[in-house]
Design a binder for this molecule. Sequence first.
Ligand code: ZN
Length: 253
Amino acid sequence: MRQEISAAGCAERIRSARRVVALTGAGISTAAGVPDFRGPGGIYTTGRYDPQATFEIDGFLRDPAPFFRFTRDVLGLVADLEPTLTHRFLVGLEAAGTLRTVITQNIDPLHQRAGSRGVIAVHGGYWTSHCLACRGRFSLDELLGLLERSPVPFCSCGGVVKPDVVLFGEPVYAMEEAVAAVAAADLLLVLGSSLAVYPAAWLPEVAECPVVVVNRGPVELAAAPDRFFADAELDPFFSEVARELGMAIPEPD
Ligand code: ZN
């Protein structure tokens, strides 16, 4: 039997923890306007992008143009998005010294934009890119400059410049770091992830501490004595958690 947890119960768990780690998925960013992959209106569901041509490394290496059409859309979309209340709640918890690490599956920059410092982005992100030929590195601004000039960004050496986003068929980033962070945690918060996709699906199995999962919709994690679940929208839930903790949530800049 799955054990449910309330916002007050979650606050109580956080209050007695010293080394909290948060694992975040698409659900933390949907309230900011970032579409998720598999939900209603998701990037897969709408059929706007052919998944194999756009999101698989083999497709990218054959023809990177579909990936860069997607990239333009995404970068245009996220340019003006503000982090959600839950992103800012995690910044507050980090500032209080309770939260050690945010492990995110998301490629949007909202954790960084909110001000989180200890972020492990296992699927990478757009803030850095590199040339596939000479391995030269590019900032996000440099990538945007190249994309203004041509549909596919090229390095001065002639190589394709690939954003450091993990495509299907590529290894995820910093898994050892993520596993070490989870193994050292005394509370793991899973926020806005259905835990359907590796490596997120696997990290709660590594945890030797209580796990609290807050997600709207089904979650693929088996019931266990130290696992607690809330089927809830994140922002109202963590607004209440913050109130219970007497914690001020940092305002957006
Ligand atoms: Zn190059």
